[in-house]
Design a protein around this ligand. Sequence first.
Ligand SMILES: CC(C)(COP(=O)(O)OP(=O)(O)OC[C@H]1O[C@@H](n2cnc3c(N)ncnc32)[C@H](O)[C@@H]1OP(=O)(O)O)[C@@H](O)C(=O)NCCC(=O)NCCS
Length: 104
Amino acid sequence: MIDLVIEDDGVVVGEVGLQINRDRRIAEVGFWVTQAARRTGVGSRLLFAAESLASPVGDVDLFAITLAENVAAIALLEARRWPEVETTTAHKRAFRWRPSRPHT
Ligand SMILES: CC(C)(COP(=O)(O)OP(=O)(O)OC[C@H]1O[C@@H](n2cnc3c(N)ncnc32)[C@H](O)[C@@H]1OP(=O)(O)O)[C@@H](O)C(=O)NCCC(=O)NCCS
């Protein structure tokens, strides 16, 4: 598990956790931002940090699952252009981000 935090004046205002699966191909991402810091770009910075961690590795996809009513999380994932993938449950939505891989 990798945890990254963003601080404002020494106070944590947001956190993203990456839970890497056993074969190291997918990391499930969870994130939150304090109420007061929302809509100030902290969530975007957290996802950017997660993407930046995964990018050099090259073959680790990031995966986020949210409740279907989680408007904020879905809007954030869409704003960062994470492609949506199908889920087996109607009350959840899933997004999978792939690092761009070099063409061989
Ligand atoms: C989801 C969450 C992390 C968003 O964090 P944030 O810091 O507010 O996000 P940002 O400020 O970076 O928002 C970036 C963009 O996402 C979209 N967005 C974020 N929150 C939104 C909301 N409540 N409604 C509509 N769009 C929203 C907007 O496009 C926004 O850009 P804009 O502010 O210029 O319009 C935050 O609301 C949160 O912590 N929620 C509770 C925890 C949670 O649901 N975690 C996800 C579990 S999978």
